[in-house]
Design a protein around this ligand. Structure first.
Ligand code: ARG
Length: 587
């Protein structure tokens, strides 16, 4: 379905054209003074300048033309030539009915869907999942859902950090702890054990211990580097160990991400592109893109217009080893080959902005990425504690994601405890859903680039601009619908013209669903959806308080109201789903 403002724009633009004025001037927008009118067109003023006419005259001529159409009501001129527009209730309810019948509530599927890879999550194998990776998961998952909902071909890739020094650290620490394992015997040529020589709990203990030791002990650091080097050169026992680290970690990560409703299509990682590094380097040398500088292989990516220095892209270090930049470039090579994407979106901490600028420039310059491939870096800010510093545990350590989720769920359980209507319900499951809504909505309602303060009490509150508040609104609708269940058939599926200003406002807001989703897509901004569903929930609640839906005796009224709130429920649930938030039946 075309957006409501677009339909209105075309009608008004037609009238501008009829007067010999370029149609661009006839654009209609949603009113920024909803107390005065629903929509407005401000084009008469700039048009007046260009066509040397009085703005009021232009506005007035357009107005006279518009009056002949059966869809406007109370159109008038404000100030020197602003056209204030209201639509007839019949027009509005027709639009809302069309939307009610549409599976995607008025959002259109693109004629040529794009293939978009979303690179998000980015967890590092062998390290416990901590809050630093929370935003990458939450924001990326939402973007993936938005793109997919609109009809694009989307591939979500976790792009694990599974090949770097952290693996060497784990291997060398394990060597210190269990030196008799066959993996460390270079002359071993039997079968390696099928089971991993550690559990996830041990693994989570091994990495921090190794990393701490390596910081103070140069020998330990050297051992970790050596193990990394040997692994990357294919030492058999280390490859076997690496596979164990990977499978144990991935199983745990799947569980953790699953708790957050985050699901990846691809579980690829830095290791997957290793096989492309050799041909990549050859290609870069052969085409004279890369040159040697102080022993390293580099590519210049600075541009004349740069306002700050952009250092060269390093392909290989002087010892011949590859880096984070190499794997990102090789991964683009791999993705182009496997999926030929139109766009790759990276959801990563904004402090990696320079790295990605270099990678993108390098991929374009070397023609690894064709002209039609767009790169997009969604760099997010930090989640801070109330002290304004990056969020930590009470002891000052890095908070594990699992622990954070537990803290939130406990907070919610406390709130649900006294709710009598939840007797016999699975309160743990409800608390999980409400808790996740608090966490995700608290994050997503901020513009991604900004840092924000994690404030549990505010995020988990059932009032205000929070996840639980929106859930509560949907649960309220569900509860009404349960109460009228037996009657529902007789309600049909028609939404009549509004009976009250609040009802009209709710319908106007619902009619803008497609606009909100499209904006969130174009801006790659889930917070646009949060704004929209919050405003919609507020209007629904106002409507609910002004009317007695269940006991309404006028059946025509009751029927339209039931349909209106059913549509509202669909819109809110869809919005929440695009944020990756589930709704409980009760709360
Ligand atoms: N593993 C990286 C980190 O923890 C994030 C990966 C982001 N994606 C990428 N293609 N580099 O910082």
């Amino acid at each position: 379905m075309d957006k409501l403002v677009n339909i209105l724009s075309s009608l008004v633009q037609e009238k501008f054209e009829k007067l010999g004025i370029e149609k661009e001037y006839g654009m209609v927008t949603v009113s920024n003074r909803p107390d005065l009118c629903q929509f407005q067109c401000n084009g008469a003023l700039p048009a007046a300048k260009k066509y040397k006419k009085a703005p009021f005259q232009i506005a007035n001529e357009v107005l006279e033309e518009l009056k002949s159409l059966d869809i406007f009501e109370n159109i008038s001129i404000a100030g020197p030539g602003f056209i204030n527009i209201n639509v007839k209730d019949s027009f509005l309810s027709k639009y809302v009915n069309d939307m009610y019948k549409d599976k995607k509530y008025g959002c259109t599927t693109p004629e040529n869907p794009l293939t978009i890879i979303v690179d998000y999550g980015g967890a590092n194998v062998a390290k416990p999942l901590h809050v630093g990776h929370l935003r990458a998961a939450i924001i990326g998952e939402s973007l993936k859902r938005i793109f997919r909902f609109l009809g694009h071909n989307v591939i979500g890739d976790v792009h694990l950090g599974d090949w770097g020094l952290q693996i060497g650290m784990v291997i060398s620490e394990l060597n210190r702890r269990k030196p008799d394992l066959p993996y460390f015997d270079e002359n071993y040529n039997g079968e390696y054990p099928v089971d991993a020589p550690f559990t996830i709990n041990e693994l989570e203990d091994i990495y921090p211990a190794a990393s701490k030791l390596a910081k103070s002990d140069e020998n330990a650091m050297e051992a970790a580097r050596k193990a990394t080097f040997e692994l990357q050169n294919g030492r058999a026992g280390y490859m076997e160990l690496w596979k164990h680290i990977l499978s144990i970690s991935v199983a745990d990560l799947k569980k953790n991400y699953g708790n957050l409703n985050v699901e990846f299509d691809l579980w690829k990682g830095e290791s997957d592109c290793q096989k492309y590094i050799e041909p990549l380097v050859e290609y870069l040398k052969k085409n004279n893109y890369a040159y040697e500088s102080e022993g390293a292989l580099v590519i210049d990516v600075a541009e004349e217009t740069d306002t700050q220095p952009i250092p060269p892209f390093i392909v290989l270090k002087s010892d011949g080893s590859s880096l984070y930049s190499t794997t990102d470039l090789a991964t683009i090579w791999e993705r182009v080959k496997d999926y030929n994407p139109d766009e790759i979106v990276y959801v990563v901490d904004k402090r990696q902005g320079l790295h990605f600028e270099q990678v993108f420039r390098c991929a374009k310059k070397t023609k690894i990425a064709g002209q039609n491939l767009d790169f997009d870096f969604i760099g997010f800010g930090t989640m801070n504690g109330k002290d304004g510093k990056p969020f930590k545990t009470r002891e000052g350590g890095v908070m594990r994601l699992q622990d954070l989720i537990e803290i939130i769920e406990n907070n919610v359980v406390d709130k649900l405890k006294d709710n009598k209507s939840l007797e016999g319900e699975d309160v743990t499951d409800i608390a999980r859903k409400v808790g996740i809504s608090a966490l995700k909505y608290g994050d997503l309602s901020n513009q991604a680039t900004k840092d924000y303060v994690f404030d549990l009490d505010r995020f988990a509150s059932f009032e205000g601009n929070t996840g639980p508040y929106i859930l509560y609104t949907v649960v309220r609708i569900k509860s009404i619908l349960r109460k009228v269940e037996g009657e529902i058939e007789s309600f049909g599926n028609k939404i009549l013209q509004p009976y009250s200003p609040t009802e009209r406002d709710l319908m106007l807001k619902l009619s803008r669903f497609n606009e909100a989703i499209e904006t969130s897509f174009v801006d790659k901004a889930p917070h646009r959806i949060c704004d929209y569903i919050y405003e919609t929930a507020n209007l629904l609640n106002r409507f609910y308080h002004e009317n007695r839906i269940i006991s309404e005796e006028d059946m025509a009224k009751k029927a339209t109201w039931i349909n209106l709130i059913t549509l509202t429920k669909g819109v809110l649930e869809t919005g929440l789903d695009l944020l990756g938030i589930e709704v409980p039946e009760k709360m």
